[in-house]
Design a protein around this ligand. Structure first.
Ligand code: PGA
Length: 255
């Protein structure tokens, strides 16, 4: 399976800054990404076209939208549609990121609607899941993963995901590790990824579950990326802070 190295820029970078980053990445990767690795950037909406332009024609570089609304169009002030994102050059979408869940109050129900809608619109969807510190301390890790994964994936198990399970990727991001510098340890990552894989197997069957990339996210940087990507069941990394500078993201991509 191709490993996925994803940059989540969150609410950072104006268009010139994004174009500069994307140009540096495109220049460094003009012969392609390291073998078997996809570099995927989730810029703010206003930067997507500039990043997609810089990446055009280079293998294994892709662009995604950090958010979208699950309707074709209409009276949804402040929201963005899949058609708009596609037009700007995105072919991936992020759903269920911890900041959408915990800062903006997105529910499992809305995240399930978004996951289904994005896949139906022909996008690849990266579904983010993960427990808060309180949930971890109350031994709720497995229960949280079960709830977050099954609410989004169960309704699609006999539909779109039975035909194309590789359209979805799952990012395990413990909330307590995001933006804190407290990266999860290897045993914690192994345990959560094994549990997520088992839940996916129960939902989709073994062979489909094995084709879903499982990413780790939360305080990944150029120093720890190599040891995390080498762990069993880790098929990629989702990187926030350390993805904001091109040299740092390139080091992670080459880790
Ligand atoms: P971080 O963010 O790498 O800054 O911890 C990861 C994320 O939110 O996806």
């Amino acid at each position: 399976m191709r490993k996925i190295f994803a940059a989540n820029w969150k609410m950072n970078k104006t268009r010139p800054m994004a174009a500069e980053f994307a140009g540096q990445l495109a220049m460094a990767l003009k012969e392609g990404t390291p073998e078997g690795r996809l570099a995927l950037v989730f810029p703010p909406f206003t930067d997507i076209a500039a990043v997609a332009d810089a990446f055009a024609g280079i293998n294994n570089l892709a662009v995604g939208g950090q958010n979208f609304y699950p309707a074709e169009k209409g009276a949804f002030t402040g929201e963005i549609s899949c058609a708009m994102l596609r037009d700007a050059g995105a072919n991936w979408l992020l759903a269920g990121h911890s900041e959408r869940r915990h800062v903006f109050g997105e529910t499992d129900g809305l995240i399930a609607q978004k996951t289904a809608f994005g896949l139906e619109q022909g996008f690849k969807v990266m579904l983010c899941v993960g427990e808060t510190l309180e949930e971890r301390n109350n031994n709720q890790l497995i229960g949280v993963l079960q709830r977050q994964l099954s609410s989004a994936i169960q309704p699609l198990a006999n539909g779109i995901l039975s035909k194309s399970p590789d359209q979805i990727a799952v990012a395990y991001e413990p909330v307590w590790a995001i933006g804190t510098g407290k990266v999860a340890g290897p045993d914690e990552i192994r345990e959560a990824h094994a549990a997520a894989r088992k839940i996916l197997s129960d939902l989709l069957g073994n062979s489909s579950a094995n084709s879903v990339p499982l990413l780790y996210g939360g305080s990944v940087n150029a120093k720890n990326a190599g040891s995390i990507i080498a762990l069993d069941n880790v098929d990629g990394l989702l990187v926030g802070g350390a993805s904001l500078e091109a040299p740092s993201f390139l080091d992670i991509l080459r880790a």
